[in-house]
Design a binder for this molecule. Structure first.
Ligand code: LRH
Ligand code: MN
Length: 432
């Protein structure tokens, strides 16, 4: 099978030819229905075609929990194999052209070589991620009691140095942002000064901000708890916004969907950060209780749609400085990591497509006239539209798969890499 052709050829069997025919009929039926609503399927297909999300380097293997890890066959053993797997996600969705690297978890031995390999695979690099939530072998000072908020100035300096190093690696890779998530916090009242710890974090972030290359952004990522179980220094969007506003215009807030207490209105958080010009990006995933890192759209699909509604509104309004970095942050415990990522990208494309179907003019009219029910229905009509043919069409035009998960299974890629990766040899990036 030629890697370039994404739809219904020999490898995906007769089913693919039938699938293509069915897709064309579904698409035409939907386009006709949308036209009756005064909407153009073509506009949404083109918008979905521009949508892209970055894959985290730490999500190509099985994550596991503290209770156990159930590794699957053919998991990548090297960064090169991880890139090969990301290339498969991009190949089948047409929408995952970048990797977000975590340092030192995925520190390249040869950074220029990694950049060249990624380019060969049609991939680039999104925001790099620092790590001061673990102690590395041979690390002089421990982060047990924090990093940027640590009482010992030497530990704070060590943490700032680490961030400078992460930026240097990112620069060689062609990235243009760094995401700073700090585990800093306390487990017991009294353990940590609640104000001084925040001031120390801001001071250290000023040093990191000063080290940003031209054109780079710094994303602050908030999280309510874990691993700190009493107070987390950057606990919520307000704390993150205070930091980003104090640092300067190239500092913005990153919203990890799993970093909100149950029932938090995350689309409202997104709207607030958009309004403040401080929405830097996302870590997409889903959760029922805590930071569960489940497949995006798997638990709260309407919530995901409402977040994309705020993003599409900002896009259509050409909101100043609107340039969110879309990234995934998930931990795959029981699904095949590649299949989970394919499903995730599909869910994000779908939520984005549905948000493009909102009749904004009608919505504004109902909001301004106080027609509560019809205003709500303007959103529900879009959410309840089966937009899958629009997403499949955008993928078809990008040479990707109508149904990425089924295409992946039909390709036999997992079985192939399982055979090769257990055999210990390195396998060059391969076509599906
Ligand atoms: C923290 C977090 C952060 C990453 C880590 C892998 O929970 O969301 O974004 O550094 O997960
Ligand atoms: Mn995250």
């Amino acid at each position: 099978m030629d890697a370039a052709d994404g739809v219904g050829d020999g490898d995906w069997g007769a089913r693919s030819v039938t699938a293509l025919r069915n897709h064309e009929r579904d698409y035409d039926a939907l386009a006709e229905r949308l036209a009756r609503r005064g909407q153009r399927a073509e506009t949404v297909v083109q918008a979905v075609g521009r949508f892209a999300v970055a894959v985290p380097s730490w999500a190509l293997g099985t994550g596991g929990t503290r209770f156990g890890r159930f590794p699957g066959p053919g998991e990548p053993r090297t960064l090169a194999e991880k890139l090969a797997d990301v290339a498969v996600v991009h190949r089948l969705t047409g929408a995952a052209p970048r990797v977000s690297l975590h340092i030192p978890w995925d520190e390249p031995d040869d950074v220029p070589a990694l950049r060249a390999l990624a380019a060969e695979l049609g991939l680039g690099f999104d925001a790099v991620n620092s790590n001061t939530f673990q102690d590395q072998p041979g690390q002089p000072l421990s982060y047990k009691l924090g990093s940027f908020s640590h009482p010992d100035a030497a530990v704070r300096r060590q943490a700032v140095e680490h961030h400078r190093h992460v930026i240097e690696v990112g620069q060689v890779l062609g990235a243009d942002a760094i995401t700073v998530w700090l585990a800093d916090g306390s487990n017991y009242p009294g353990q940590m000064s609640l104000r001084q710890s925040f001031d120390r974090v801001l001071d250290c972030l000023r040093d990191v901000y000063a080290a940003l290359p031209a054109g780079w952004r710094l994303f602050t990522e908030h999280k309510p708890y874990e691993p700190a179980f009493y107070a987390t220094v950057v606990q919520d969007w307000g704390s993150s916004l205070l930091l980003a506003q104090a640092l300067g215009e190239r500092a913005q807030c990153l919203v990890d969907l799993g970093h909100h207490l149950p029932n938090t209105n995350i689309e409202l958080v997104v709207a607030r950060l958009l309004g403040a010009g401080k929405l830097g990006g996302f870590h997409f995933n889903d959760s029922k209780y805590g930071d569960d890192d489940l497949t995006a759209g798997s638990i709260k699909p309407y919530g995901l749609f409402l977040i994309f509604h705020e993003l599409v509104l900002a896009e259509h309004e050409r909101l100043a400085g609107f340039r969110p970095a879309y990234m995934i942050d998930q931990s795959h415990n029981i699904k095949d990591p590649i299949e989970d990522l394919l499903q995730t990208v599909d869910q994000l494309q779908l939520a984005y497509a549905k948000a493009q179907l909102v009749d904004h003019a009608a919505l504004t009219e109902y909001q301004e006239s106080g027609d509560v029910l019809l205003a709500e229905r303007a959103l529900k009509d879009a959410f309840e539209t089966d937009a899958r043919p629009l997403v499949a069409e955008a993928r078809r035009r990008a040479g990707a798969a109508l149904d990425p998960v089924l295409a992946f299974r039909a390709s036999g890629y997992r079985a192939r890499v399982a055979a090769q990766r257990t055999a210990g040899g390195y396998i060059p990036p391969q076509s599906l």
